[in-house]
Every structure is written in C-alpha cells, then in structure tokens.
Write a protein that binds this ligand. Structure first.
Ligand code: HEM
Length: 365
C-alpha cells in the first residue's frame, strides 16, 4: 500500500537546521574572529553541494551507457543531464569571483587555523575526476603518497572501486566502438575519407606554391607547417601508429572509437548522427569547463598565496597550473577537429546508407 501523503514544512524538507548550523568559524573558536572566514566556509560548502548534484547526474548518464545496447531514446536524457552539469560548472567557475573579494590579508587572518585542511581532501572532487575517467597513473603527483592517501579507508575503497569499474570515458569509448556505418555495403568510410584528405592537402599545397604574394622562405615555412598537420592525419590511417601513441600516453581513445567519433563529427548533419554529435559536444563542454575551473582556481591561488605552498603540502600555484593541462579527460575528442575536412569535400555516402541515417517516416502511401 502507498504511504499516506503528509504535509511538510519548507524548513524541515530542506533540513535547513542542519545546513545553516554548519558554519563554525575556527577563528571564533580560537577567539580571533575573522570576518571573511564565513565566506570561505560557505563558498566551499556550496561547491560541495554542487559536486553532489554533478555526481548524481553523471552517475545517471553512466547508467544509461552501461548496457551493451544503449537505448537511443535515452540519449536525449543523457544530453540534457550533461548540459545541466556544464551549466553548474559555469557557476562553479564564476564563484571564484566571489572568493576573490577576500583579499590575501583577509585570508591570512584565519589561514593558520585551517592547517592541514585543503581542497586535496575533497572526496567528491576526486570521485568526480575518477568517474569521468582520470587514471591514477596520469595524475601529477605532489608527494610520495597516493592522492587517495588523505581519505579514510572506506573512502579509499570507494575510489578504488570507481577506478576499477567503468568511467564515463571508458563507457563512451566502448559505445563509440560499437557504432556501425564505418563500413556499409560498398562504402568504406576510411578509404573515402583518405581520398578526400589527399585532395584537400593537394589543394592547400597548390595554393601555397601558387601564391605570388609570399616569399620563397615563407612558402617553405608554411609547407613545413602543413606537413606537421598531415602527421595527425597519418595516425588515422595507421592503426599501429595510433596504438603506439595510446601505449605511450600521447592518445587515450582507442583507434576504432576515434574513427567513429570522426565519422559522427563529419556527418553530424545526418539525422541519426545528430544526437551522438551533441552528446560528444557536451563531453567536450564538461572537459573544457573543468579545465577553465582549474585555471581560474590556480590564478586565484596565485593572487591569494603568491608562491606559498598549499595547506595540503603541494607547491600550490605551480602544481595547480600543471593539472589544468595534464588532467584533461576528453582531450582526444577535442583533437578530432584537427581531422575535419570542409563539408564541400565530404565523401558522398551511397543513397542506401543515407536512408539508414535518416528518419524515413512519410504520410504518403
Ligand atoms: C582562498 C581560497 C582558496 C585557496 C587559497 C586555495 C588554495 C589551494 C591550494 C594551494 C591547493 C593545492 C593543494 C594544497 O597544497 O593545498 C588547492 C587545491 C584544491 N582546491 Fe583550493 N583554494 C581555495 C579555494 C577553493 C575552493 C572555493 C574550492 C572549491 C571546492 C577549492 C577546491 C580545491 C580542490 C578540489 C583542490 C584539489 C585540486 C587538484 O588536486 O587538482 N579551493 N587549493
């Protein structure tokens, strides 16, 4: 039998007595009240609440992608949840403006009372990084100890469990690997794509060689740059080279998944590929916004602490700056843009394949 519906008061529903009773200023405890410690606590608490919502949404998207066959109608839900995460992240980046209203001297009024508390001990932040797909071996280490060493045994076990299971990156990779259409009847996507790339490169080389407004030296320089770009293309035409790059950590996404992501990006206007394209775009948004947050937080730390070491024992700004570059998760999806060719050069798909990629409902009998 359904539970009988009872009324509830706003205060009780939101458990405001707990939330609003959770700002205990250490500076007051030590009888040296520092005005800005309230802001410092509240901003961190708000972050942690948003982290909770992000993890809640991300887990639901991962659940959609766990089955062997992803229900197509759920991809729309996944896109809207990822979109929500990205919107929350924008607020997280903007919130740094608020913490920056606290000057370095204001912070020094209470910083000593926090030791050795640090953002390093944010379990939810680590949970989020690991769930997205940041691997232990790809982390920048700041001490001899593992990043998870600052947590209780129970929390460490949870992090290990997430690391051992499917991450968002891993699930997307498997899903991309399963995407059909790379070979369809006589259409072999890679062969056709290669022809189009060769044509595009020849056109670019001819344009540089034929330009009478640039010097021979400049031509030589530009042709050299073109050769560098072409090296990216070679990875797509050579599976072994790609695998080698994955093995040495230059790339993360598997060969098959990369080709599928390329196909989706190139033929994004085909109705059936539209949703997968938007889904990949949202992952790029999330990766980009997390990087923006890392950069913004590092800048704020530089402004507040200068070159002081962090309360968690890292080098502070230098460490944080490096994480912005190194802790990216969906870098390979950004990199697909290197491999794009103009729409006008896209290989024409056979009609039978186009039909498969279209919605074919018609009222005409
Ligand atoms: C005045 C404000 C802040 C200062 C001076 C500051 C300083 C630092 C420093 C120096 C670190 C490096 C670790 C260490 O050695 O302690 C760090 C890491 C971190 N902070 Fe902050 N922080 C501030 C505000 C915030 C806020 C509002 C958040 C929001 C939750 C936050 C979250 C983090 C996280 C998650 C890390 C770990 C980053 C990583 O390892 O990639 N910090 N912080």
């Amino acid at each position: 039998m359904d539970k009988e519906l009872s009324s509830i008061h706003y205060d009780k529903y939101l458990q405001l007595n707990k939330i609003l009773d959770a700002q205990k200023l250490r500076s007051e405890e030590f009888e040296k009240p520092a005005h800005d410690e309230m802001l410092f606590i509240i901003v961190h608490q708000v972050y942690e609440l948003w982290f909770k919502e992000i993890i809640h949404d991300l887990n639901s998207v991962m659940d959609i992608f766990k089955p062997e066959i992803v229900e197509e109608k759920k991809i729309g839900i996944a896109i809207s949840r990822l979109d929500r995460i990205a919107k929350i992240q924008k607020i997280l980046v903007d919130q740094i403006d608020i913490i920056e209203t606290m000057t370095p001297l204001d912070f020094l009024d209470f910083r000593n009372y926090l030791l050795p508390a640090s953002g390093f001990q944010s379990f939810q932040f680590r949970q989020l990084e690991v769930s997205l797909g940041l691997k232990r071996e790809n982390r920048i280490s700041y001490t001899q100890c593992a990043y998870s060493g600052v947590f209780s045994q129970e929390e460490q076990d949870i992090l290990h469990q997430i690391e051992a299971g499917d991450s968002m990156f891993g699930l997307v990779e498997k899903w991309l690997e399963r995407i059909p259409f790379l070979k369809f009847e006589k259409f072999d996507f890679l062969t056709e794509y290669r022809k189009a790339v060769d044509k595009m490169i020849t056109i670019e080389q001819e344009a540089i060689n034929g330009a009478d407004y640039i010097t021979a030296q400049e031509k030589h320089f530009r042709l050299g740059m073109l050769t560098e770009t072409n090296k990216y293309f070679q990875t797509v035409f050579d599976e072994d080279l790609h695998n080698q790059k994955v093995a040495n950590g230059e790339l993360k996404l598997s060969y098959k998944a990369t080709i599928s992501a390329l196909l989706i990006n190139l033929y994004r206007d085909e109705p059936i590929l539209r949703q997968p394209f938007l889904f990949l775009q949202k992952l790029i948004d999330i990766d980009e916004l997390l990087t923006s947050w890392r950069n913004r937080h590092a800048q704020m730390v530089l402004r507040t602490l200068g070159q002081k070491i962090g309360t968690g024992g890292s080098s502070g700004f230098d460490y944080l700056k490096k994480t912005a570059d190194k802790h990216r998760i969906f870098y390979d999806l950004h990199n697909i843009s290197t491999l794009l060719i103009p729409r006008s050069e896209l290989p024409e798909m056979p009609e039978s394949l186009k039909k498969k990629l279209n919605f074919n409902f018609s009222n005409k009998s």
